[in-house]
Ligand binder design. Structure first.
Ligand SMILES: Cc1cc2nc3c(=O)[nH]c(=O)nc-3n(C[C@H](O)[C@H](O)[C@H](O)COP(=O)(O)O)c2cc1C
Length: 217
C-alpha cells in the first residue's frame, strides 16, 4: 500500500535562482508548475527561492571528495534544509536570470555547493531536470544560462529534458526576456511574455508525462 501511494505521488520542485521574487524567473517557475498541475492534479508541486536560504560560497577545501562527503559549511548555513527539498524531488526545474551571459551568483553558489551530492555517488542521478532562463534583452545571453544549467545537471547525473509543442513553431527551452521583438519594445507592467509562458507550461506538461512513463513501468 505504502508503495502504491509512493507510485502515485510524485513531486516536482521549481527553483527560482533570481534574488528577486515575483519577476521573470519566478514567472517561468510558476507557469511550469501550473502546466504540471493542470496535467495531473495529484502531482505534488513546490516552489522555492534560493534567496530564502543562507548559502555560503564554496571555499574549494575539497572535503566533499572524502567520506562522509559533507561540506563543512553546511554546519552553519541552510544547505541541509535545501538538501531535504532537492532530494525528495522526482523532477526539478531551475529558472536562473542571465547575469553577463551566465547564471546569477546566487545560482552559481548553489551549483558549487551541490558538489557533495555528486561525490556521494550521484545522489541526484535520474532526477529529471529542465533548465529555464530569463534575460533583459531578447538575445542577451539566456542561452548561456541554459548551458550552465545543463552542464550542472549532466555533471550531477540528472536527466535533462525540453518542452514539446508544435514542432515547427514552439521553442523547447523556456526563456523569457523583458525585451519584446522590437528593439525599443519592452514588456510593461501587467503584460506577460506569452511565448515564455507557453513554453514554460509545456515543460510542466512534459515533466508529468515523463514521470508517469518512468514510474508506472
Ligand atoms: C548583474 C546583472 C547582469 C545582467 N546581465 C544581463 C545580460 O548579460 N544580458 C541580459 O539580457 N540581461 C542582463 N541582465 C538583466 C536580467 O537578466 C533581467 O533583468 C532578468 O529579467 C532578471 O531575472 P529576474 O527578473 O527573475 O530577476 C542583468 C542584470 C543584472 C542585475
Amino acid at each position: 500500500m505504502a508503495e502504491e501511494i509512493e507510485k502515485i505521488l510524485k513531486k516536482i520542485l521549481g527553483i527560482c535562482g533570481s534574488p528577486r521574487k515575483n519577476r521573470s524567473c519566478d514567472f517561468l517557475v510558476e507557469e511550469a508548475l501550473k502546466g504540471a498541475k493542470e496535467t495531473d492534479e495529484t502531482i505534488e508541486i513546490e516552489k522555492i527561492y534560493l534567496v530564502d536560504y543562507k548559502l555560503e560560497q564554496c571555499t574549494g577545501c575539497d572535503q566533499c571528495l572524502r567520506e562522509p562527503y559533507e561540506c563543512p559549511l553546511s554546519e552553519n548555513d541552510d544547505f541541509k534544509k535545501l538538501e531535504e527539498k532537492i532530494l525528495s524531488a522526482d523532477a526539478i526545474f531551475i529558472a536562473a536570470p542571465c547575469y553577463f551571459g551566465s547564471v546569477s551568483g546566487l545560482t552559481k553558489v548553489f551549483i558549487d555547493r551541490s558538489r557533495p551530492w555528486k561525490m556521494a555517488n550521484y545522489k541526484l542521478k535520474d532526477i529529471i531536470f529542465a533548465p529555464m532562463g530569463a534575460s533583459g534583452l531578447r538575445n542577451g545571453g539566456a542561452a548561456g544560462v541554459v548551458s550552465d544549467l545543463i552542464n550542472f545537471a549532466f555533471i550531477q547525473g540528472m536527466v535533462c529534458f525540453g518542452a514539446l509543442g508544435n514542432p515547427v513553431i514552439d521553442e523547447n527551452i523556456p526563456m523569457t526576456s523583458l525585451q519584446k521583438y522590437g528593439r525599443k519594445e519592452f514588456i510593461k507592467k501587467g503584460e506577460i511574455d506569452e511565448i515564455g509562458q507557453r513554453v514554460a507550461k509545456n515543460i510542466g506538461v512534459r515533466a508529468v508525462n515523463l514521470l508517469l512513463k518512468m514510474k508506472n513501468k
